[in-house]
Design a protein around this ligand. Structure first.
Ligand SMILES: [Zn+2]
Ligand SMILES: [Zn+2]
Length: 381
């Protein structure tokens, strides 16, 4: 009984049909954008007053300035602190193109809310129903050419992730950002649109729930290299329900292995400067240039030296921490496996499983064995 009440509460709070607020171009300091309507028309409100419409193929320039922003619509100039663009019809979509700095344009459904920040930059937020947001996330995170079953997997883990992390950007005034930091939400309407939309709809209201009746921690990554990481290796903290295990499903896929060559001098100087590692000593030098990782480890050479593999990954921008080291002439050659942190669901493994006939439910059960799939209809009983 306790479980049912708790889940009802979280759904009542967030409501799956409720709109989610997503910060766009979050990693950039945007000063000027161009807004245009790709289908239908948009009502424009400035400081809560209706000021007109943006019709099909029309565009509006929005420029941040001291204490607000300037909207340029043809000859008309409007000064405001907040501009809101609302589609006249559900599922119309707009295009947004940052001009300062110049960035790639993107296409979104839903409403667009723009304010200025304390530093006079534009804060760009998309207000959109959760499932419509998920269509964009699934497209961005899974790309084109996947099976319907895989899009279902991605829909469920991304829905669970969004609800679990609902307040992640509360401080900035929205729920989630558009980056991998939360979940990539870079565009809508690519070539996989119909399949993706239908996967989100088919899994409507389905989420992964953890034993203790909260949303499951649905982390995911591109390829685990054959072994799922323990969260402690990556973030120094354990997460209930996630642990390490061998994954045979991704070892022959695109990103299963990688190689990288680094000049010996660069490699040695990192360890000697950052960790005071005695590179002059021949035994230590040998260890630093000959390291093998059959099974995932947390530390380089030995924990006694206190060199986390994640620090090496960050310093040399490596695809993963799952690598071995050898010395060839004056170069360090890294032979690596996998791409990403390795925690939770392995996307390429899951994609491969769908091609072998596994269903979305089997795959979620495989990567999140201590979680279970539930839906709002079940919870409301
Ligand atoms: Zn974020
Ligand atoms: Zn894997």
């Amino acid at each position: 009984m306790k479980k049912i009440v708790f889940l009802l509460l979280i759904f009542a709070e967030h409501g799956l049909s409720q709109k989610i607020n997503v910060g766009l171009y979050f990693e950039h300091v945007v000063k000027k954008i161009n807004f245009s309507s790709n289908t239908g028309s948009y009502m424009i409100y400035c400081d809560s007053s209706f000021i007109g419409e943006c019709k099909l193929d029309e565009s509006i320039l929005i420029t941040a300035q001291e204490n607000g922003m300037k909207l340029s619509m043809g000859d008309r100039i409007i000064l405001t602190k907040k501009a809101v663009f609302i589609p006249n019809k559900y599922q119309d979509y707009f295009q947004i193109k940052p001009l300062i700095p110049e960035l790639k344009s993107r296409v979104y459904e839903g409403e667009l809310h723009i304010e200025t920040t304390k530093n006079n930059n534009l804060k760009i937020v998309n207000y959109i129903p959760l499932n419509d947001y998920l269509e964009g996330v699934v497209e961005s995170e899974a790309g084109v050419g996947q099976t319907f079953e895989y899009y279902k997997v991605q829909s469920i883990i991304s829905r669970t992730y969004a609800l679990k992390n609902w307040q992640r950007h509360e401080k900035e005034g929205f729920n989630l950002c558009d980056l991998v930091h939360c979940q990539a939400y870079l565009h809508k309407r690519n070539a996989a649109k119909n399949l993706v939309d239908s996967a989100v709809l088919t899994t409507n209201n389905k989420v992964l729930v953890h034993q203790d009746t909260s949303y499951a921690p649905t982390f995911f990554h591109a390829n685990c290299g054959g072994e799922i990481s323990n969260p402690e290796m990556v973030w120094n903290t354990s997460i209930e329900g996630l642990s390490s295990f061998k994954d045979p499903f991704c070892t022959h896929t695109k990103q299963a292995t990688w190689k990288k060559t680094i000049p010996l001098e660069k490699w040695s100087s990192f360890f000697s400067k950052t960790y005071n590692f005695p590179i002059q000593d021949s035994t230590h030098f040998y260890w630093m240039t000959n390291f093998s990782q059959e099974s995932r480890l947390s530390f380089f050479i030995h924990p006694i030296f206190g060199i986390p593999l994640r620090d090496i990954r960050e310093e040399f921008r490596l695809k993963s921490t799952f690598f071995s080291v050898s010395l060839i002439e004056n170069n360090i050659v890294l032979s690596g496996r996998g791409f990403g942190h390795g925690v939770g669901l392995c996307q390429e493994g899951a994609m491969n499983m769908t091609k072998q006939g596994y269903r979305a439910e089997d795959i979620l059960n495989y990567y999140f064995p201590s979680s279970r799939l539930e839906s709002v209809s079940f919870i409301r009983e």
